[in-house]
Design a protein around this ligand. Sequence first.
Ligand code: AR6
Length: 191
Amino acid sequence: MSERFAAEVGGTRLVLLRGDITTQDVDAIVNAANPELTPGGGVSGAIHRAGGPALTRAAAQIRRERGPLPTGEAVITPSGKLRARWVIHTVGPVWRGGRHREADLLARAYRSSLALAVAHLLRSIAFPSISTGVYGYPVEEAAPVALRAVRGFLRAHPQALDEVRFVLFSAGDLAAYRQAWEGLPAEAPDP
Ligand code: AR6
């Protein structure tokens, strides 16, 4: 299967690719954060390492000012040393079997991040696969939720962004997102 796939939604390019989110040339990358906005492990640890102390300090300051970030919400900070200028930190749900509003909360995390990007007049944004690492959300379940949430937002905000990129860390994750995209019902109302 190809390492890169692109589609178009409401005048925005939607790209699925395999790669490392810390090196992406977009206006903002999204961090799968914890509510304390500390570096932690996974993609968040990698983003904080690449951004350096300025990024970690900016996140800590928001935590001090606003308290823990509720699941599904998002905040924005400068990126420190990253190629992308901004980092949007959002908290996905911890998987607890699927009957604890996980899908709703995951969709919210994507929508909150996109809304923040648009509010800051950013034109391009890259997402990792939120919640499917340490937080245990099965990627086959998360991918259609993520893609429907993004598709719904882009349809509701035509031309608000030039590009939304999903940067998947493994070939298996890319395949799951690709398959989920092909399987989304064309005209189903998006959440
Ligand atoms: N680029 C793109 N994707 C990556 C990268 C990278 N450099 N590194 C890892 N991934 P996770 P979560 C993928 O665990 O499940 C942290 O400790 C990874 O393979 O980073 O939302 C936070 O502080 C997986 O597919 O995020 C929280 O406590 C995906 O990113 C907690 O983990 C998400 O995995 C959040 O857990």
